[in-house]
Design a protein around this ligand. Sequence first.
Ligand SMILES: O=C[C@H](O)[C@H](O)COP(=O)(O)O
Length: 150
Amino acid sequence: MRIAVAADDAGLELKNVLSRMLSDDPRVTEVQDHGVHAPDDDRPYPPLGIAAAEAVARGEADRALLICGTGIGMCISANKVPGIRATVAHDAYSVERSVKSNDCQVLTMGARVVGPELAKRVVGEWLGHTFDPASPSAAKVARISAYEQS
Ligand SMILES: O=C[C@H](O)[C@H](O)COP(=O)(O)O
């Protein structure tokens, strides 16, 4: 699985923790880091999150993991990219349903909301879930795509 990651300055430290974890995970074949890379880089979250989400939309990454202070700004930004379904989540049940019910390709988290150990646990679980296109949820997700394309 190819994962695009991005964070603003508020999320940089957690992004680095999670990127290392992803790089060590045998299920992950590539981590694409869209920045920021330094704490004095004060670029705002929207272009960073949008760049990572666009990589998913173009098929260059399978998923994206985006970090800001709350995860909310990254989520709103990623959801503006056509074809992207992004969610903020900090718990195991929500990340599971975001994939299995909603076919979300983007997970966003807040570095000011969740600690690194819980975030690592939740991201590890996120990697283990896949969407079943034959499930009853698929028709509901298709309604979202149809609206987007109308
Ligand atoms: O959603 C936005 C993020 O939490 C960001 O890291 C902080 O944004 P702010 O500086 O506008 O509060």
